[in-house]
Design a protein around this ligand. Structure first.
Ligand SMILES: [Zn+2]
Length: 280
């Protein structure tokens, strides 16, 4: 059976010119299919029965409510296993409503599909860690930053690594400076981007962009023993700033853009006079 599955990866590899690293993703998908698809099929069957009844003109009480419940059933099943993995690795608890809000923020972040997708990839655990890689080779899953950790999983690589401690602290100080308020120095806020609902819309928008830039800074140093630093975070943020500005200009939304980025401009102008920031 195992050989059969490996053979099928070989076929996929030849057909789609996949790289060796895609094998880990193949294993992830295979595991998902083996363990989760049974539930999805069961729910789909439930929804399917509803559609069949409807096409047969059978009377269905509260059809909208039934449909809604069926669809909502699908939603937690699609990502709840990911939330469980994060919770287990970090020894944290993410409530259902927090998890939903965290995903919603990813889609509100920037007007660029590329950056939204990047935020999504971080949450979905797309990037390959030593912990995953060790399932296939005989190397121990040690952290590549040489911090001494021997089981470097996603939570460790993105948040918990001792080499990243100063980086996250500096980012945290910068964010408190930018938004002039107390911000919790915990992974739920800083890595997952769970921002309290009462924050103004413009601030929620900006902090999500700043946090996505922060994570990009980490993946740009993927496999490097060095920690990312706050200076490159500022540069990545300016890349996003400039791109968002062009998009806003094309769409005649410069006024909104200026409101969104006001706090960033106030912060970055004295810190990095080498950046060219204009209001036009
Ligand atoms: Zn480490």
């Amino acid at each position: 059976m195992k050989d059969g599955k490996l053979f099928s990866f070989d076929m996929l590899r030849k057909t789609f010119s996949l790289e060796k690293e895609d094998f880990y993703r193949y294993l992830q998908l295979r595991h998902y299919a083996d363990t989760k698809m049974r539930n999805v099929t069961m729910i789909n069957t439930r929804l399917m029965e509803l559609f069949i009844k409807s096409y047969n003109s059978e009377t269905i009480d509260r059809i909208v409510s039934c449909l809604y419940k069926g669809l909502m059933d699908l939603k937690p099943h699609s990502t709840s296993y990911i939330r469980t993995k994060w919770e287990k690795e970090g020894g944290i608890k993410i409530l259902e409503e927090e998890w939903t809000a965290i995903w919603r923020y990813q889609w509100m972040c920037t007007s660029s599909q590329k950056w939204r997708e990047f935020g999504w990839k971080c949450l979905i655990r797309y990037f390959i860690t030593p912990s995953q890689k060790s399932h296939d080779d005989d190397n121990p899953p040690a952290c590549w930053r040489n911090c001494g950790n021997q089981s470097a999983n996603h939570y460790h690589i993105f948040w918990d690594c001792s080499i990243l401690r100063d980086y996250w602290r500096e980012i945290h100080n910068a964010l408190q400076d930018i938004f002039k308020r107390e911000i919790s120095l915990e992974s739920k806020t800083m890595f997952f981007g769970y921002i309290p609902q009462e924050w103004p819309k413009y601030d929620k928008h900006l902090i999500n962009i700043l946090l996505v830039a922060c994570k990009k800074n980490i993946t740009r140093k993927w496999l490097s023993p060095e920690s990312p630093n706050i200076s490159t975070w500022m540069e990545i943020t300016m890349e996003i700033y400039n791109m968002e500005k062009i998009t806003a200009s094309v769409n005649h939304k410069l006024e909104k853009f200026t409101s969104y980025w006001e706090n960033w401009v106030k912060y970055i102008t004295p810190h990095r006079p080498d950046f060219t920031i204009t209001n036009q």
